[in-house]
Each structure stands twice: as structure tokens, then as C-alpha cells.
Design a protein around this ligand. Structure first.
Ligand SMILES: NC(=O)C1=CN([C@@H]2O[C@H](COP(=O)(O)OP(=O)(O)OC[C@H]3O[C@@H](n4cnc5c(N)ncnc54)[C@H](OP(=O)(O)O)[C@@H]3O)[C@@H](O)[C@H]2O)[C@@H](O)CC1
Ligand SMILES: Nc1ncnc2c1ncn2[C@@H]1O[C@H](COP(=O)(O)OP(=O)(O)O)[C@@H](O)[C@H]1O
Ligand SMILES: [K+]
Length: 505
């Protein structure tokens, strides 16, 4: 699914109105119906409700929500901001008239000074102060109103975006000056800002309401941001022909494990095997022999000459893909071996965990990475290499910069893992949950992506499909084991089922 910028959405909105003859008032009604349906599915008409409406079309949406709530038996109080009595947009004026025709509407219209009726924690607030027409962060009375709503402890449903938040980038915005929603109901599309952890406390849970914007305009409007969904992965995964052998599915090499961290190698190996690799070799220190042979007997074991750490990463064979990093530690011998590997291998590799920590200690290595290499850092690993980032937003921007500069694929792991490509495209993942915040979970991902690379998928595809499959495996595992009980082993074990469910779609 495309994730559009605010500018894109405004364009699609305009095309829908101009070319398809749908009036903006009709669109406002569709938004309001969608919002009210969500409210009716959650709260009874006896719920004390206050609707905050701004002067633009976000306010118009809110006023029609108030009308529909009254029709559904609610008794909302409406607070309308109409500075100097003449600031309402044309649609907002029309929405106001439509609401007032209901008669006996309980309303405070703020024209000069604000005197808002008391809000209690028991209240439901419908926040239609500002949507995508916001020009600058909130100030003065608007800022005070956002803080008042937040401090009230009321439950907040925001229309389109939490008021005071921009749909795209929010570097200039202070969280305390934005309405904190419990539920955000976005018009047609989720916004880029919803996928960044900085904004999680502002957006709350989010849903979209389909208002039938022009299909043609949606197709024709280009964007750099996407949400990866099942169909996207189904489209790129190859079906296996009847006449095939394991030789058709590549031979992956994993450099993983050291004394005390052999489990990381096991997790990566299991992820790789469940992701369909034809042959798998695990190179670990000698101490890993029994561990690998016992827990992943399907894999070949290649012992390092060292007992406890990897000291040599020279591939002895023309492997179709190499993954390095899970549990290798950062001792000098391993560091030297990885440096040599990075400087000599001329094909894209998957680098994770301690391989990233080693790069962080010698950032000059980045220049030697083969274009198309895949780095899978979580936020701390990313910052160790590329410098401390103030927010998830600046981290994403930095990832875009380095992915372009070094022609790398960077998977920023987290709730909505973002795969950042050299061409400036960003793919947010839609699968996975907090059940995956468990040790070894990232190692499974390394195995899955390496296995896809070994099977001939391009780096970009291996990364986005791998991240989706990994998250779906996490969802399948969590359905059985729950958010506390899911282990990385469960995620690895569910990887095959995840691929099966994608291919079956
Ligand atoms: N997408 C779609 O297809 C559809 C979208 N719809 C809805 O429309 C919403 C967008 O509506 P919108 O464009 O009227 O803007 P909105 O957010 O209501 O605010 C504008 C008002 O705020 C003011 N203002 C701005 N910044 C300010 C500041 N810092 N401090 C103070 N004031 C400030 C600004 O003043 P002005 O710039 O005019 O001086 C103007 O009065 C969108 O979010 C969605 O809810 C649906 O209704 C239909 C289909
Ligand atoms: N709250 C969450 N929602 C979705 N996915 C998550 C969440 N927390 C962690 N994950 C996923 O789990 C994996 C954790 O990887 P990582 O941090 O490297 O853990 P480890 O080092 O223990 O293997 C990542 O793929 C990440 O996207
Ligand atoms: K809003």
C-alpha cells in the first residue's frame, strides 16, 4: 500500500472533487460516518461527549460527527473555534449550519476569549481542531487547548491526525503541545508519522476510513513510502517448480556464534532453513560443533580454527549468499576476520548484530561494503555506526542519506521495521508485535533474509519480503504462545507456516 504525504493526499482529494464530481461536503459526510461508526462500536450514547471543531475542514468533519452523534442519541457539547466570528472555511460554515438545523445544539463558540466547559476523565473528546491544514506547530490558545484536553484525562478520538501533529515530519513539534489521541481515525490512508515510534503516544491506535477517493489518482500519484502487505510479498515470492532439487535454492553461509552465544547461530540457522534455503553452512568456533549438530542437524558445520571465537571468515566455496553477525562478539580476532571479509567479498551480504558493532568501531569499513548489502540494525546499533539520533524521525532521515550514499539496504528494526533503499524508497512492515521483543528474534531475521538472498532474490526483495515473513512468523507464534511466552525459537519454527500462508493467499 502506498503511504502518501499530506501534499499527495491534498492532490488526490482535489482530483476526486474536480474530476469525479464528488463534492467536498459529500467527502466530509463520508469521513463523519466512518468516525461515528467507530464511536458507536465502542461507546454508548450516555457517554459524556465533547466535540472540538477548528475553523477548517477538520472542524467541518467534527461538526458533522456531532450531528450524527445527536441522531444516534448522544448529547455532545460542541466547542467551535471561530476567531473574530469570521474564520470558518466555506465547508465548515456549511457544516455548522447543518448542525444548527438540528435545533437545541449545546455549543460554545469561541470568538474572542476561550471559556471551555469542564472536561472530566469520564469524557469522550472528538478532536477536530486541526488536520492536514496545519501550517505551524500550535501556539497560544490552541496550544493551551491541546494541553487542557491532555490534562483532563478524557478519552480522545482524533479525526485524521491528532491536532497539532503533522502527517509527515514532526521534528519541530513538541509532544506536549499536541492532542494525545487514544484512537486516530485517518482519512483513507495512514500517515507517514504513524509509523515512527516518536509519535506513538500522540496517535494511539489508528484506523482508516475509506471515503472513496479517486482510484485513478491514487494509482497515478507516486510516493517514496509504502506499507508492505501480504499481497506485495505474495507477488514476489517464487513458486517452486515440480522438477527441482535443493541445488536450485542456493547455498548460504552464516558466520555466527561464539562461546556463550551459540544460540544466536542456532536461531539464524533455523530461520534460514525454514525460509527454504537449499543448503546451509554454519561457520562458528569449534565450541559450537555439538550445539549446531544437535540443534540444527540439517545444517553443515564448518569449525573455525579457534575454540571460542571466529578468527577467519574466508569463504572456502562460492556460496550464493553470506550472512554475518549473530552472536559473533567483537573481540579482535573476529573484528580482523570481518574486516577482511568485507574488503574481499564482492557481493551483497547480510550484516547484523555484532557485525554492525564491529563496523561501528571501524566506520571506514562502510566504504567497502558491496552495493546492495543489507544491514539490519535496531536503533541502538544504527546509532553506534551513524551517530546518536534525537528521534526515530531523524534516524529514518539519516538512514535515507546513508542508504543512498553507500548504495545499501538498511532495515531499521522496530514496531514497523523500515526497509530503506538506495533509491530513497522506504517500506514499512505491517506484521509483528511486541511478542517479538525477545532475545534471538533478530537472529532469526538474519537467517531468513540470508536464505532469500541465497535463493536468488534481489537484495531489496530479500529484505522487504524477509521482514514481512519474519513478522508474520512472530504473529503466528504469538497466536499460540502469547505476547509473554513467544520465543525466537517459536518465531523460527513458524517461518515456514508464514510463507505457506502468504503463498496460499
Ligand atoms: N483528505 C481528504 O480527502 C479530505 C479531508 N478532509 C478533512 O479536511 C482536513 C483538512 O482541512 P483543511 O485543509 O481545511 O485544514 P484544517 O486542518 O482543518 O485546518 C485549517 C485551518 O487551520 C488554520 N491554521 C493552520 N495552521 C494553524 C496554526 N498553526 N495556528 C492556528 N491556525 C492554524 C487555518 O488558517 P489559514 O491557514 O486559513 O489562515 C485554517 O483555518 C483533513 O485533515 C480532514 O480532516 C475531509 O473533510 C474531506 C476529505
Ligand atoms: N514491538 C514490536 N513490534 C513488532 N516487531 C518487534 C517489536 N519488538 C521487536 N520486534 C522485532 O523483533 C526483532 C528484534 O530484533 P533485535 O532487536 O535484533 O533482537 P535480538 O538482538 O534479541 O535478536 C526485530 O525484527 C524487530 O522488528
Ligand atoms: K484532528
Amino acid at each position: 500500500m502506498k503511504i502518501f504525504t499530506t501534499e499527495n493526499i491534498r492532490h488526490i482529494d482535489r482530483v476526486t472533487i474536480d474530476d469525479e464530481g464528488v463534492s467536498s461536503m459529500e467527502l466530509i459526510h463520508r469521513v463523519a460516518e466512518g468516525v461515528v461508526n467507530e464511536i458507536l462500536s465502542r461507546w454508548r450514547p450516555s457517554k459524556p461527549t465533547m466535540v472540538f471543531a477548528g475553523a477548517g475542514n477538520n472542524g467541518a468533519d467534527a461538526l458533522i460527527v456531532a450531528k450524527l452523534l445527536i441522531e444516534a442519541g448522544f448529547n455532545p457539547h460542541v466547542v467551535l473555534i471561530n476567531v473574530k466570528g469570521d474564520s470558518l472555511s466555506r465547508d465548515c460554515r456549511m457544516a455548522r449550519e447543518e448542525l444548527m438545523r438540528m435545533g437545541n445544539v449545546s455549543m460554545t463558540e469561541i470568538v474572542h476569549t476561550a471559556h471551555i466547559p469542564p472536561l472530566t476523565p469520564d469524557h469522550l473528546v472528538i478532536d477536530g481542531l486541526f488536520g492536514t491544514g496545519l501550517r505551524n506547530p500550535l501556539e497560544g490558545g490552541y496550544m493551551a487547548m491541546a494541553r487542557y484536553i491532555n490534562e483532563s484525562g478524557a478519552t480522545v478520538v482524533s479525526i485524521d491526525v491528532p491536532s497539532g501533529m503533522f502527517g509527515d515530519w514532526n521534528t519541530r513539534v513538541l509532544a506536549r503541545n499536541v492532542v494525545h489521541a487514544d484512537l486516530t481515525i485517518a482519512v483513507q490512508f495512514p500517515r507517514l508519522a504513524f509509523f515512527l515510534s516518536d509519535n506513538a503516544e500522540l496517535v494511539g491506535r489508528w484506523k482508516t476510513v475509506d471515503i472513496g477517493l479517486s482510484r485513478k489518482a491514487i494509482e497515478e500519484t507516486t510516493t517514496k513510502y509504502y506499507l508492505i502487505e501480504k499481497d506485495d510479498v505474495c507477488r514476489v515470492l517464487k513458486r517452486r517448480p515440480d522438477f527441482c532439487s535443493k541445488a536450485d535454492f542456493g547455498h548460504a553461509l552464516l558466520f555466527a556464534g561464539c562461546y556463550g552465544m551459540m544460540g544466536a547461530a542456532v536461531m539464524a540457522a533455523r530461520g534460514a532453513l525454514r525460509a527454504g534455503v537449499g543448503k546451509l553452512t554454519v561457520h562458528s568456533p569449534r565450541c559450537g560443533f555439538g550445539v549446531i549438530q544437535n540443534s540444527v542437524p540439517e545444517a553443515l558445520f564448518l569449525p573455525d580454527r579457534e575454540e571460542n571465537v571466529i578468527s577467519d571468515m574466508t569463504p572456502r566455496f562460492n556460496y550464493t549468499a553470506i550472512g554475518a553477525g549473530p552472536g559473533i562478539g567483537t573481540n579482535d580476532a573476529t573484528k580482523g576476520a570481518l574486516e577482511t571479509l568485507i574488503k574481499t567479498i564482492k557481493r551483497p551480504m547480510v550484516l547484523d548484530a555484532d557485525a554492525l558493532n564491529i563496523i561501528a568501531r571501524n566506520p571506514a569499513l562502510i566504504d567497502h561494503l558491496t552495493p546492495g548489502s543489507i544491514l539490519t540494525p535496531h536503533s541502538v546499533e544504527f546509532d553506534r555506526i551513524f551517530g546518536s539520533q534525537a528521534s526515530a524521525e531523524t534516524r529514518l532521515l539519516k538512514a535515507l542519506e546513508v542508504a543512498h550514499k553507500y548504495k545499501l539496504i538498511i532495515v531499521l528494526k522496530g514496531r514497523y521495521s523500515a526497509t530503506v533503499r538506495p533509491d530513497g524508497k522506504v517500506f514499512f512492515n505491517s506484521t509483528g508485535s511486541s511478542a517479538m521483543a525477545t532475545p534471538g528474534s533478530g537472529d532469526v531475521l538474519t537467517g531468513i533474509i540470508t536464505a532469500l538472498l541465497a535463493q536468488g532474490y534481489k537484495s531489496e526483495t530479500a529484505a522487504t519480503a524477509g521482514v514481512y515473513i519474519h513478522g508474520l512468523a512472530g504473529d503466528i507464534a504469538a497466536a499460540e504462545e502469547g505476547e509473554y511466552g513467544t520465543t525466537a525459537g517459536d518465531i523460527a519454527a513458524a517461518t515456514g507456516k508464514a510463507i505457506k500462508s502468504i503463498l496460499g493467499a
